[in-house]
Design a binder for this molecule. Structure first.
Ligand code: G6P
Length: 484
């Protein structure tokens, strides 16, 4: 059956707005996801005819994609959103997603390699790269099929870096934008990639009319890589900021859209019954009269959870006055557990937390409360209670936790923030800023955060919340559409 060309707006991302689990009886259960793109897209409503193209991630998704056939997923599962889920061969998907996207491109942009021993670009890598090309081509094919003439296509993230170029070959009439939700590596680090791959990724994104980023810093790094790797011309404005890249007769504009927190959603969601229900348990765990240092992350190498724990240990060591008076509530939710290095990291997080509890814990005080089971309502409850939020990634495209906590906080929350998070550009002034590798300085920042007076903390939180919500998801999404 031919797919009609009806979509005036298309979004493409690896992870879609819905995921399915397959029951033993063959039934499918849909679960809708959150995140900036989902709420951003809601700005245009289901009647705009937008289509979201995503990959089937697991067996449930594959089954749902097969049942949908040439049609979109059942709109009842997606909140009315038209979604095409691509059933890409499992081995191709695994090589592209785990092999290239998460183990190479993610590592490059977050500077995660231990360079004396990795990366090693060998024959296995070459095969994975071929799979990444196949997977990107599947997206380009699907988008080309459904887009009306001159449709706008918003391609998301490092999984789909080749899509803009591939799509332009298939459909030169389209207006194509790429958005990077990650940082972008500086040229010297980016050039760890094999030369042809480094060039192909840049060429892929430059196939679009626009390449957009979460901060100026990442946009500049991208432009610098285009100049260093491709010899492309970078167009700059009067202040020297890169505004476009010219390459092979085409110009790709650069854009910056700092995704903000969704204040309305967060304020309403964090007052719901399931959040209220979790408050007493959390309060009991912290204990009466004690302060809390809260962190909420996926257990992700870039989040720097281990150094966060080491800084907390150092705080207890060097400032004994905080012993029994503070609890570090650390939510470290499972992520990318298909990768051994993530499983090892998760283990290390547990181990360091256990060590701190063994070393400092007393009969009625457990210094670290580590939770590894994903629970959004409990995270919101912790946001409400937190005295200090610790957000210390070694590198992060934005980090929305840093933006969400000030919005939800009840009594004001001091923010200890890494200067390597994209959010630093907007929140740096009212946060206690740290070099994420410096455990000693982070311990000192935690001490200052815990010692901050109530008035100052409340005033800073108010300003942080205002900065954090300057560009909510819907405005963020519309700004990209308009720019194209
Ligand atoms: C984070 C990053 C995004 C990325 C996503 C993928 O949210 O900020 O850039 O797309 O992780 O996570 P996943 O669980 O789908 O691999």
């Amino acid at each position: 059956m031919a797919v009609p060309r009806t979509a005036p707006i298309l979004v493409a991302s690896n992870r879609g707005p819905v995921s399915y689990t397959l029951g033993e009886d063959g039934s499918l259960t849909a679960r809708r996801g959150g995140g900036g793109v989902v709420s951003g897209l809601s700005a245009i409503g289901p009647d705009a005819g937008a289509v979201w193209v995503c990959a089937a991630l697991g067996e449930g998704d594959r089954e749902a994609a097969r049942r949908a056939g040439a049609n979109h997923l059942n709109p009842g599962d997606t909140g009315g959103q038209q979604v095409r889920m691509l059933d890409i061969a499992p081995d191709v998907f695994a090589a592209a997603y785990n092999g290239i996207a998460n183990s190479v491109l993610w590592f490059v942009h977050h500077l995660l390699y231990q360079t004396p021993v990795e990366p090693v670009f060998d024959a296995e890598f070459a095969a994975q790269w071929a799979a990444y090309e196949t997977y990107n081509a599947a997206f380009a094919d699907a988008l080309a099929l459904e887009a009306v003439d001159e449709a706008v296509v918003l391609v998301q993230d490092y999984h789909l870096a080749l899509v803009p170029g591939m799509l332009r070959e298939r459909r030169p009439d389209l207006r194509i934008g790429h958005f990077s939700h990650t940082p972008w590596a500086p040229p010297d680090y980016y050039r760890l990639l094999p030369d042809d791959v480094a060039a192909d990724v840049l060429r892929g994104i430059l196939g679009g009319d626009r390449a957009a980023f979460l901060t100026e810093r990442w946009a500049t790094a991208f432009a610098d890589c285009c100049a260093a790797v491709l010899g492309a011309e970078v167009v700059r404005d009067g202040d020297g900021a890169a505004t476009a890249v010219r390459f092979e007769g085409r110009e790709t504009r650069l854009g910056v859209h700092g995704l903000g927190a969704d204040a309305d959603f967060l304020r309403e969601r964090s007052r719901r019954a399931d959040v209220e229900e979790r408050l007493p348990g959390l309060r009991a765990q912290i204990g009466p009269g004690r302060k809390s240092i809260v962190r909420v992350d996926r257990t992700e190498l870039s989040k720097n959870i281990v150094r966060g724990l080491l800084a907390y240990r150092r705080l207890l060591e060097t400032r004994p006055e905080w012993r029994e008076r503070v609890v570090h509530v650390a939510f470290a939710y499972p992520s990318r557990q298909d990768l051994a290095v993530y499983r090892d990291y998760t283990q290390r997080v547990r181990q360091v937390a256990d060590e701190i509890n063994a070393e400092y814990g007393t009969e009625d005080w457990t210094p670290v409360a580590l939770h590894v089971k994903d629970d959004f309502a409990r995270s919101l409850a912790a946001y409400r209670l937190a005295d200090v939020a610790l957000v210390n990634p070694i590198r992060d495209g934005m980090n929305l936790v840093a933006k969400e906590v000030p919005v939800v906080s009840e009594r004001g929350c001091a923010l200890v923030l890494s200067r390597e998070a994209g959010a630093y550009a907007e929140l740096g002034e009212d946060a206690l800023v740290v070099n994420p590798y410096d455990v000693e300085a982070t311990a000192q920042a935690l001490h200052e955060a815990l010692s901050m007076g109530d008035d100052e903390r409340a005033a800073r939180t108010k300003r942080l919340a205002a900065a954090a919500t300057a560009l909510p998801p819907q405005a963020w999404f519309l700004a990209q559409l308009r720019a194209l």
